[in-house]
Design a protein around this ligand. Sequence first.
Ligand SMILES: [Zn+2]
Length: 491
Amino acid sequence: MTPVSIDLALQRCIEPDCGARFGLNEQLYVCPHCGGLLEIENETNALPDAEALRRLWQSRLASSDERDRSGVWRYRELLPFSEDAPIVSLAEGNTPLYDAPRAARYCGLNALQLKHQGCNPTGSFKDTGMTTAVTQARILGARTVVCASTGNTAASLAAYAARAGLKCAILVPRGQVSHAKLAQSLDYGGVVLEIDGNFDDAMRIIRELAEDESIYLVNSINPFRIEGQKTVAAELLQQCAWQVPDHVVVPGGNLGNSAAFGKGFKELFELGIVDRLPRLQVIQAEGAAPFAQLFARREQDSTGDSSPTLIPVKHPQTLATAIKIGAPVSWKKALRAVTQTGGRVSSVSEQEIADAKAIIGRDGIGCEPASATTVAGIKRMVNDGVIDRAEKVVAVLTGHLLKDADYIIKYHQDSLYTHDRASNRSKEERRIAGTFSNPPVRVKATRAAIPEATLPSRFPRHATPNPSSSALCIGAYWSAFEIFQVLWQGA
Ligand SMILES: [Zn+2]
């Protein structure tokens, strides 16, 4: 197998008017000429043909080589690293593609599949990019790796830095990161710096820090992270037997993931591995939707302005903290991906996110709130006729359920509130209804108490049922009846 020649791969500025090129081992994050984002350009002329690549990647599924066990390095022909690169891996990737029949019905689709990136080693999609970025840090001889994070990047970086024996510093907005994510970073030995500000403030400070060459910045601005993340497109399409879905739907936060999927699909198409591109649909939370607003402005603009500018949201608001980002750094790459694939960018409400999350759970699949924007967005797009019910749709879940357990407990106990106090809305107006709530039932510690407590206690919650909750009420009654039967037979 001929690897990609790293002599021929390079870093290139994405700005059309600049396009400056730099060597792979120049420690850059943005173009020094124009400040544009950089991306890796791989020379693929030396690669075998599409059929040989598909066979090679298939054969590696049965291999015990450490690189083949990784869902990222298995596709190393697509990566800008030499065969002897000092890989830092936790066997990332290899995430399942689930059928989700209940979520499909909820969305009005015949079928829906969920690619669960939350099944990565640290519970989020970030691992697929961190393995390549921390490997590059090793190649560059960096001593310290740093990032700004809403939590998932921090947890992932801390783990990979620990594997590589590198020092790791993380800037997080104080009080805005879930306990689970914070706990991960601490456990993996990362130095966690809680700053008085939001994610965008943390990002600004990190960029200043990265001027020191012994420090390597691994936010999604880092083009080597995008390289690892783009392999998820290959893994997904391989799981689909290289039959391209009509739509791939991703949550939109810092937009590195959208950019990576776009790059991955495009490269696979150019290599002839697949014969078309899926439409890339990006969904943001309404309170943190600068990219969706940009897309809407662009659609309304009859002059066809091809160089729109993203207007940051100064105080982003959403309970889906993983995508609570007002100034996404990768928006230009993401916009290119969306337009090249004929996709769209839209946003959904906090209520829609919470309900979609509970529905995903009913398929036995647990995700964090940000991931549920996808199913909420698909439901809207089916309603609006953007997606046909018979089309093949894959939603990408980006984080694991246990990343934010507090949110879930509150939803199921009808005590989930949005934080947007500045809007002058009353507490009741900020309440997110537990439409599909499944609260725990309190019972006395006696055998006799169980059916008695289970049956009637659910009724007061729906004492004055609205039309939608009456069905739930009957469902709850029936569930309780079934529990009673099982207990009775077991006695
Ligand atoms: Zn440039």
